[in-house]
Design a protein around this ligand. Sequence first.
Ligand code: GTP
Ligand code: MG
Length: 305
Amino acid sequence: MISGPLDHFRSGYVAIVGLPNVGKSTLLNRLLSTHLAAVAPRPQTTRHRILGILNGPGFQAVFLDTPGLLQPKYALQQQMKRQIDLALKDADLVMLVLDASRPDPDRGQVPPMLSGRKVLAVLNKVDLVRDKSSLLSEVDRLNKEGAAEVFMVSALRGGGVEQLKAGVAALLPEGQAFYPPDAVADRPEKFFAAEFVREAVFNLYGEEIPYSTAVVVDEFKERPGRKDYILVTIYIERESQKAILIGRGGMAMKRAGSMARRQIEAFLGRPVYLELRVKVAEAWRNDIRFIRENVYGSDRPSGTA
Ligand SMILES: Nc1nc2c(ncn2[C@@H]2O[C@H](COP(=O)(O)OP(=O)(O)OP(=O)(O)O)[C@@H](O)[C@H]2O)c(=O)[nH]1
Ligand SMILES: [Mg+2]
């Protein structure tokens, strides 16, 4: 374990990768002590690489949360995979997150795609594991596979996260900060507003609805003396999903709207007026043009945003 001040300033990009639902976004939020990335109990919540900056004593770590690793089956998933590739391209260090609470024969293994990379392995969700000694063989295996360090954490509760930060800092290359010390993220407020609406949908609806949902902010107006006005379109893939999304008497939509509004307000630190509307974009998950324009529309063509 490395502790104490670092000799030289260190800085670098850290890609957070791992299977869907292992707690990557929860960990990003915990590392930054901010609710930046959408979190949900279901897999494939994250669709973008989401940059979050941690400034610590003598270091700046620029984390890139990514979608879960999977074999793409449709155009949206192909683009999600691309986000992982782009994050890895920029990364000085890879934080491989594994779910310590789930029996998985491959869990203790570093994926071949990460060979040759500096990998820091994180066994997450240890709060769910009664017998922590049962994890030691995996720690061993990860070390043998070439992980530079292995940490056990609970992203949800915070256990082990301070040690993890120190571990990250020590593995970063020497160098100047990339961002000013007060920066936390690099995306516009509009992006996070859309993500919090999607997060509400992922948390409140079942079955196919979350996966058929794309969220676009059509208007984001600051109004002097009044609440900000945010107009959002929620796209779904079929007419029949519209009724489910809206719910009887609009109740389901109302619930999603107030959940999203509370998150947006907490993030912005000011009250907003959030208006939601629903539109059908037939089978958009396989429509690359729709995906480029509406899901990744705010992404820069290259770079780290
Ligand atoms: N008990 C427990 N649950 C956790 C922990 N970390 C994350 N979770 C839960 O695991 C679920 C998935 O968390 P996410 O952070 O969305 O996982 P992810 O890896 O970003 O998932 P994708 O974006 O879908 O790939 C959520 O219900 C979290 O609350 C943890 O340390 N302990
Ligand atoms: Mg995620």
